[in-house]
Design a protein around this ligand. Structure first.
Ligand code: ADP
Ligand code: MG
Length: 256
């Protein structure tokens, strides 16, 4: 069952792609308000874990609960019934996802990008959605860009809009998959600053990142993954500064 008070519980999750176990018997819980950073080499299963939590991938074994709900299934008596696509789409609204590549709608203005979900999916009145979007634009420091198109913005600005757009859906949990990896180095800081504010506001976040400075400062907990498994997990000062496992040590030495 879902761990008491956890916003995410994963229990013995395995995800296969053919013969490959992208996730191998992964278990974890994440407390409300936690900033869970995940580090690890390329191919270690970090994106797959986020995609399974966000139901972009179906798991092969185990179970995941988000905000107390078993994802992908409805429990009826002692039977499990698979959710329909529409039910999964509704369940997925609990999580906002920000990807490495800012996937904004390029034919829509910044404001239209942000209100699209609230108006079409949540059926919010347009005026209300616009007012909320304006607050979010102020929060990410881009009020003056409300009528711009994504291609007129820098990568850092686009990523801040992607964060605002995800927040407009009022998620319980935000997932970030290497949100600064595609950015020019001078634009990384502005995105991390928005994420830092979000963390300070109490949002629960899972952040896959190679920004170890950010992880050290902001993470409440760090997971090191390798080959589809959680190798080490703990306080950032432990995992990033004094790792117990040789594989964690080698990885951190290579990134720094
Ligand atoms: P990371 O995000 O840590 O770099 P991923 O979760 O993207 O790692 O990938 C974990 C492993 O699963 C890799 O070996 C990758 O090649 C494989 N993989 C991921 N997605 C797919 C897919 N859709 N089809 C086949 N293999 C995949
Ligand atoms: Mg990845």
């Amino acid at each position: 069952a879902a761990a008491k008070d956890a916003i995410v519980t994963a229990a013995n999750v395995t995800k296969r792609f053919g013969e490959l176990r992208a996730l191998n018997d992964v278990s974890l819980t994440i407390a409300p308000g936690a900033v869970q950073c995940i580090i690890g080499p390329s191919g270690s299963g970090k994106s797959t874990l986020l995609r399974c939590i966000n139901q972009l991938e179906k798991i092969d074994q185990g179970a995941i609960w988000v905000d107390g709900e078993l994802i992908g299934y409805r429990i009826k008596g002692d039977e499990l019934h698979e959710l329909s696509d529409a039910e999964i789409a509704r369940q997925r609204l609990a999580t906002g996802m920000v990807f490495q590549r800012f996937n904004l709608f390029n034919h829509m203005t910044v404001l239209e990008n942000i209100i699209e979900g609230p108006v079409t999916v949540l059926k919010r009145p347009r005026q209300e959605a616009v007012a909320e979007a304006e607050k979010l634009l102020a929060r990410v420091g881009l009020s003056e860009k409300r009528n711009s198109y994504p291609i007129e913005l820098s990568g850092g600005q686009q990523q801040r809009i992607a964060i605002a757009r995800a927040l407009a859906m009022k998620p319980k949990l935000m997932l970030f998959d290497e949100p600064t990896s595609a950015l020019d180095p001078e634009l990384v800081g502005e995105v991390l600053a928005v994420m830092r504010d979000l963390a300070a506001s109490g949002m629960t976040m899972i952040v896959v990142t190679h920004e170890l400075g950010f992880a050290r400062e902001v993470a409440s907990d760090v997971i090191f993954m390798d080959k589809g498994e959680i190798v080490e997990r703990g306080h950032p000062q432990q995992v990033l500064v004094a790792p117990q496992q040789a594989r964690t040590r080698d990885f951190i030495a290579a990134v720094l």
